[in-house]
Write a protein that binds this ligand. Structure first.
Ligand code: HEM
Length: 365
């Protein structure tokens, strides 16, 4: 396995068409397993696991639905969801930012965007917590069984919803996905279901950790936290800096399609190649004082959302959610501080984040 870690190399590799995104033959999601496991069948239709021309076709269709206008339209609803989750916590004086707050937002927001009825959202949270493991190349047998069951349950649920939306389209993304068309093309039913699963899976854990890591970084840099609280308009550049400083999606995986020269090394066809986004984002060859958190940083072309043809399609949604959530946490509390310094980091090389982030605070008046 190869590991690419410098900014310039990672940025180049993300755009190198000799590096494939298809699950490698070592992965449990490889196409050869598609008859045995629903997860492998779904992976066959998932944007992050496709190469051109399949990727180009599907991305073009999805990009017609997941647009900047969609994000702008949903900002008000995201604010309401953030307030609904946050308000009941404010009188307590203590909360766990990850468990009580951040972990609810991605599911509720994507459910809202897709148009999933309110009463079903708790059920979805349970399924959705397993979807993320579709990005794990070798999950444990127990996790894989749960992932496959969640996919089966969610697929049944969605098939019914799709029948309703076909009959009576609404102003939601499921209806748009059903109707999205190119000149010649549209999403098949399996693609539609895979895409809905993808939207839950991709945004779930990454976003929780952007909010968790982001708040942790601010709490450990109180001058930056004060600056942001006093100048809320800095929230946009602050979120970019938090993505760079403590990157939630640390690694993306690729496989070499052909034998290729990389500097003075030869990467053999079939070799797995890991691109370290987190490392690239701290590269002193690219960023001035990369280990310093500076929420006013201007030259900040970070790779927190990847780059090239697979760059994050949900980046606009993720940015809006993080800006609104972190902005609200700072605006609605005062004297916010960590309860203690013992943090448990997630046991993963792909994702960086804490499982729990207890803080105490006063309700802002
Ligand atoms: C902080 C939150 C997020 C982070 C850090 C993040 C990060 C990433 C990264 C690094 C990739 C590139 C993967 C690769 O190159 O193999 C990616 C792809 C993707 N992300 Fe995100 N993501 C976030 C939130 C979201 C959300 C909320 C959604 C959807 C609502 C989403 C949808 C997607 C999709 C569909 C792709 C695949 C694009 C493609 O393969 O063409 N992401 N994301």
């Amino acid at each position: 396995m190869w590991v690419i870690s410098r900014y310039a190399d990672v940025a180049t590799a993300l755009r190198d068409s000799r590096l494939s995104s298809r699950p490698s033959r070592y992965s449990v999601h490889s196409s050869s397993n598609r008859q045995r496991f629903p997860a492998a069948k779904v992976a066959d239709h998932l944007l992050p696991f496709l190469d051109p021309p399949d990727h180009t076709r599907l991305r073009r269709l999805l990009a017609k639905v997941i647009t900047e206008t969609l994000v702008a339209d949903f900002r008000g609803r995201i604010r309401q969801i953030v307030n609904q989750v946050l308000n009941p916590l404010l009188d307590r004086g203590e909360m766990d930012i990850v468990k009580d707050f951040a972990s609810f937002l991605p599911v509720f927001v994507i459910a809202e965007i897709l148009g999933i009825p309110n009463q079903d959202r708790r059920l979805l949270k349970e399924w959705s917590s397993w979807f993320f493991y579709i990005f794990s190349p070798m999950p444990s047998a127990e996790v894989y069984q749960r992932l496959n069951q969640a996919i089966l349950d969610f697929s049944d649920y969605l098939r019914e919803l799709v029948v309703h939306r076909r009959r009576r389209p609404q102003h939601d993304v499921i209806s748009s996905l059903i109707h999205v068309r190119d000149e010649l093309d549209q999403l098949g039913d399996d693609e539609l279901i895979a895409t809905c699963i993808l939207l839950f899976a991709n945004g779930e854990e990454t976003l929780v950790h952007l909010i968790g890591n982001g708040m942790l970084a601010l709490l450990k840099n109180p001058a930056q936290l004060r600056m942001l609280k006093n100048q809320p308009t800095l929230i946009k550049s602050a979120v970019e800096e938090l993505l760079r400083y403590d990157t939630p999606a640390q690694v993306v995986g690729r496989t070499a399609l052909e034998t290729m020269q990389w500097h003075d090394r030869l990467i053999a066809a079939g070799d797995p190649v890991f691109l370290l986004l987190g490392s690239a984002n701290r590269d002193p060859g690219r960023f001035v004082e990369p280990d310093i958190l500076d929420i006013t940083r201007e030259d900040n072309d970070h790779l927190g959302f990847g780059g090239g043809r697979h760059s994050c399609l949900g980046a606009g949604i993720a940015r809006a959610e993080a800006q609104i959530a972190i902005g609200a946490l700072l605006a609605l509390t005062q004297d916010i501080a960590l309860v203690d310094d013992t943090l448990k980091w997630r046991d993963s090389i792909f994702l960086r984040g804490v499982d729990s982030l207890p803080v105490r605070f006063k309700k802002a008046i």
